[in-house]
Design a protein around this ligand. Structure first.
Ligand code: TXE
Length: 469
């Protein structure tokens, strides 16, 4: 049986202990996933701290070359890693699935490697010149979730190492394997200790984020854990980038041509079976368009094949884990008992954490499936009368990651877009992230941004050199 290992200080670590990991589609054994203890966290942080000094001393060009080599390794191993993602995480190979996740990993590696963060003269007169430089923070603790395990790990790792930091990454306990394999492979392009992993649940995450030698925490996960991370950061005064998921609303403006947008709305909601932070989780449609929206989305949903994503004709895989499966089913069953219009599509296999593609109509604000982040393949579709009411509905929750407006003429909604309380407001698209465009939440969806130059700045501290002339 395959035994997977952490990478600590450039070598594969003998597992302290291990547990069996299973495929969520077939319930077959995938292999043994390692579990770290507190000593392994100490070893990983120590290795990262030692490596950081010489990594930061390398020239910027040397670090960029190494990261381009990382991108090459990711490309070369994309087939192997995407199959492992499908078998561990569940998203299909096809469509916006695991092959797409690997392409994103390559893109989000190449772009930060190509960006320049030059020193900036912030003030100059006859008497003085002040220049702002960006210097590394030190060791970055990266805590990753299970929905896009490799892509989100790459978002955390690459900007950090690009700017001269080193990293200790903890993948989610639900999806460690493909991430460990990716780290093992890309370590070939990096000096020992620059990128390390530890594995385990929240206890190991807590040990890592409380470690006094950590200088920055990057976290993507739930709001509850996000609050714990903030408390943990007090011991080391580490700055944090927090991405805490959302409950994104999409608002379709009255009279919009639904046929034109239906496919984008569908995938905006059902990407990765809805297990995506910036997915459409509440769809607001004008009462006159409601039936058309239900009909068009139903037509698309009925074409979906639900099953094991290793089969290339499958477009909808299982939920990743039992916790999430039960959570989503409970929210749908709550909607069922309160008389909502539930339409289910696809024929989920008996085994595995499968759910049908579920559209839920005749539902209102205040019902659990609307107010709680479902993070699964069940989309509530809510009628509105006045676009201003829809904006108010969209803003009434604490989450504020993304939102979208859909209209035949994008100019018509430009002003409304600024009223939506979200880190990104998309028009005629949803979740359309890009490695050059800063991404982060408002309100309870977190703080700090990733991607682009702003994302690079977030893994540095400023150092001003002030010269008297
Ligand atoms: O998240 P956790 P879970 C949402 C989704 C889901 C819910 C719970 O609604 O149902 O969160 O999922 C590590 N100190 N999202 O339980 O616990 C943990 O080991 C340090 C949205 O998976 O937040 C894992 O590596 N780390 C989200 C990571 O935090 C700790 C994606 C996330 O786990 C820790 C995933 C601690 N005290 C779930 N406790 C998104 N934003 O996209 C746990 N961890």
């Amino acid at each position: 049986m395959q035994i997977y290992r952490n990478t600590v200080n450039g070598s594969l670590a003998e597992p302290v202990s291990s547990h069996e990991a299973y495929n969520p589609a077939t319930e077959q054994l995938l292999g043994m996933a390692p579990e770290s203890d507190e000593q392994e966290v100490d070893r990983a942080v120590e290795a990262a701290a030692i490596a950081q000094k010489s990594w930061a001393e390398r020239s910027d060009q040397q670090r960029r070359d190494s990261i381009h080599e990382v991108a090459r390794i990711l490309e070369e191993n994309a087939g192997y890693l995407s199959e492992l993602i499908t078998r561990e995480q569940g998203k299909p190979l096809s469509g916006p699935g695991s092959i797409f996740e690997m392409q994103a990993c390559v893109g989000w590696t190449q772009v930060p490697a190509s960006l320049e963060l030059e020193p900036e003269v912030v003030y100059e007169d006859d008497e003085r010149k002040d220049t702002l430089h960006r210097v590394p923070l030190g060791v970055v603790a990266a805590i990753a979730p299970w929905n896009w395990p490799l892509m989100i790990a790459i978002w955390q790792i690459i900007p950090a190492i690009r700017m001269g930091n080193t990293v200790v990454l903890k993948p989610s306990e639900y999806t460690p394997i493909a991430t460990l394999e990716m780290v093992r492979l890309i370590n070939q392009a990096l000096p020992a200790g620059v990128l390390n992993t530890v594995t385990g649940d929240g206890r190991i995450g807590s040990k890592l984020t409380h470690h006094p030698d950590i200088s920055k925490i990057m976290f993507t996960g739930s709001e509850t854990t996000g609050r714990r991370i903030i408390e943990a950061s007090a011991s080391s005064l580490s700055p944090i980038t927090l991405e805490l998921g959302g409950n994104d609303a999409a608002i379709v403006m009255p009279g919009t041509n639904i046929k034109n947008i239906a496919t984008d709305l569908f995938w905006g909601a059902f990407l990765n079976m809805g297990q995506t932070c910036a997915c459409i989780k509440r769809l607001y449609v004008h009462e006159d368009d409601y039936e058309t929206v239900m009909t068009e989305l139903s037509a698309i949903a009925s074409e979906m094949k639900v099953g094991d994503g290793m089969d290339k004709s499958v477009t909808i895989g299982p939920l990743q884990n039992k916790m999430q499966f039960e959570k989503v089913r409970e929210l749908v069953s709550d909607a069922k008992t309160s008389g909502c219009d539930i339409r289910e599509f696809g024929e989920p296999p008996e085994k595995g954490y499968f759910m049908p593609v579920t559209l839920v109509g005749d539902i209102r604000d205040g019902q659990r499936l609307v107010d709680e982040e479902q993070f699964g393949p069940a989309l509530p579709i809510i009628r509105y009368r006045d676009p201003e009411d829809a904006i108010e509905s969209a803003n009434r929750l604490e989450a504020g990651l993304g939102a979208s407006l859909w209209a035949d003429n994008p100019a018509e909604v430009a002003e409304l877009a600024m009223q939506l309380e979200a880190g990104t407001v998309w028009i005629n698209q949803h979740g359309a992230i890009h490695p050059m465009v800063p991404f982060g939440g408002n309100k309870a969806s977190g703080y700090g941004v990733e991607f682009g130059l702003e994302g690079l700045k977030a893994v540095t501290q400023s150092r001003v050199i002030s010269i008297k002339k």
